[in-house]
Design a protein around this ligand. Sequence first.
Ligand code: ADP
Length: 203
Amino acid sequence: MSERKATNITWHEGEVTRAERERKHGHRGVTLWFTGLSASGKSTIARRLERLLTDRGAFCYVLDGDNIRHGLNANLGFSPEDRAENIRRIGEVAKLFTDAGAITMTAFISPYRADRDRVRAIMAPGDFVEIYVQAPLELCEQRDPKGLYRRARAGEIRDFTGISAPYEPPENPEIVLDTATHDPDGCARIVIDWLVQRGVLPS
Ligand code: ADP
């Protein structure tokens, strides 16, 4: 689905550069790619981070699972092929947001290592920050904020990550957040400290 069909196309650089946009925003553009089981806390932490960063005057945006599946990826399901295409498109969108200078946060299970690595590969070095949101499956199942685990266990949802579909944890994520031991605010602050240390955000 991702093969190139258009020919005779060229990439246009604008008159305004990314560096100029970043100076205006007062920070670098970056993609914070949250990955983890359903209910591990990706969305909650990304939203908290969006609040804290916005309060500091940063330009940020969250790309969130269900919202993207309503529109851009409405024609995709949960087979491995469709999951790969889902992540590929989100990666391309995140790349554009990052070029716009946004602190771009993506909150998708993104269970396959190869799919995440493919996104890393299309981004410039340093633009892709993989954040593994870690929580034991049992805890995610206890939380079950949308009742999805219950439905998956009852056989009502096929290909559910952690139950009937695999999750491949990152091997070298830039950041690991353990949501069994850190609350959402604590997790968001770990990310902010990391961004400041790496010079993405001013201190
Ligand atoms: P995901 O986006 O990974 O599917 P959500 O953020 O939608 O997960 O749901 C996580 C649930 O777990 C929420 O109900 C949230 O309130 C709860 N939760 C409890 N502790 C934490 C934590 N430390 N970090 C994030 N979420 C937490």
